[in-house]
Design a protein around this ligand. Structure first.
Ligand code: AHR
Length: 333
């Protein structure tokens, strides 16, 4: 009996001693301590748009790929829910907190709490304004002002030749959110030198297709009656979902989107690129939701003690009615 027991004990002891090495990720995977998983708390702001769903998917898929333990909360577009989620991440003593802030202000208290517990914070997608500095390590996302500038510059080129006033309607995103401010400011900046461009109406559709449609219905009733001299020449929608909702409102009234009213939108999701191909949208500025992998790289680097740049912007382009359909990209969302 003793003869069998001793070798068995030695093998068991050897396995236990080597266990941490066996638990490390396979060599072709990115670096990371899979034996002692990094825990990331991610507070997503909601599920208001197709873009947002693609962004959540990107984070979840990347966490799996990088072997990061993800605590994911959907805040249903409420700041108080995001703050609650961040507090629960602090209570769980996660390694890193990331969140996509629904609005820009009033984050100082909860971020001071995270700092007191030495938990680093990364902003994903949207920016914030704080009274204290150093409350987050890095921002990862898009340059929203630049997106607005691209939209405005395209418009200026499109109407470059016409002599008359250009009446513009703006469908804003969520009020108080950084993409809404950035896109509004960039757009206004790009058209400001030409007095023909007049923003006759600007309303929020909260980045949602249903609200984009409802808001556009009201706007059309008030501002669109060409026979009485009331014209809308251009719609600038802060995202594709609102633009597509507005397209429905126009078609319901016999207005040809893309022809009777020129439409510019932001995101470049598949349905918007299809609408561009059909001539229902005229210009689509890209905003990428695919931040997941970059986020995981940052998280792994942070935990390893590496320096992280304070801002990392996605590379983005734009698509217009002049692009040949075969040049438009295939979109998974
Ligand atoms: O913050 C990014 C914006 O939020 C996207 O343009 C929009 O679709 C989303 O809801």
């Amino acid at each position: 009996m003793k003869k069998i027991l001793l070798p068995a004990l030695l093998v068991t002891a050897a396995i236990l001693l080597c266990a941490p090495f066996f638990m490390t990720g396979p060599p072709d995977e990115p670096a990371g301590d899979y034996g002692n998983k990094i825990v990331l708390g991610f507070a997503q702001l909601g599920a208001e748009s197709e873009w947002r769903s693609a962004s959540s998917e990107s984070v979840k898929r990347a966490a799996e790929k990088y072997g990061v333990e993800l605590m994911f909360e959907n805040a249903q577009q409420k700041q108080e829910n995001q703050i609650k989620a961040i507090r629960s991440f602090i209570a769980h003593r996660v390694d890193v907190i990331a969140f996509a802030p629904v609005v820009e202000t009033d984050w100082d208290n909860v971020l001071l709490e995270a700092r007191a517990e030495r938990i680093p914070v990364i902003l994903v997608d949207r920016k914030i304004q704080t009274e204290f500095s150093g409350l987050y390590v890095s921002f990862l996302g898009s340059d929203f002002t630049e997106e607005g500038v691209k939209a405005g510059r395209w418009l200026a080129r499109k109407f470059g030749e016409t002599g008359r006033d250009v009446n513009i309607v703006e469908l804003r995103g969520t009020d108080g959110a950084s993409p809404t401010r950035g896109r509004s400011e960039g757009f206004r900046d790009a058209i400001s030198s030409d007095v023909r461009f007049r923003i006759v109406c600007s309303e929020s559709g909260d980045f949602m297709r249903s609200k984009g449609r409802e808001t556009m219905e009201r706007i059309l009733d008030e501002y669109f009656a060409p026979s009485e001299g009331r014209r809308i020449d251009v719609l600038f929608a802060h995202n594709d979902d609102m633009a597509l909702g507005a397209v429905e409102a126009m078609e319901e009234r016999g207005i040809a989107p893309g022809r009777d009213i020129v439409i510019i939108s932001v995101d470049a999701q598949r349905s918007a690129l299809e609408a561009l191909e059909e001539g229902k949208l005229n210009c689509v500025v890209e905003c990428s939701p695919y931040v997941g992998e970059r986020l995981m790289e940052i998280v792994v680097s942070l935990v390893s003690g590496d320096e992280i740049p304070p801002a990392i912007f996605s590379e983005e382009t734009m698509f217009t009615e002049d692009d040949p359909p075969e040049s438009l990209p295939e979109r998974p969302y």
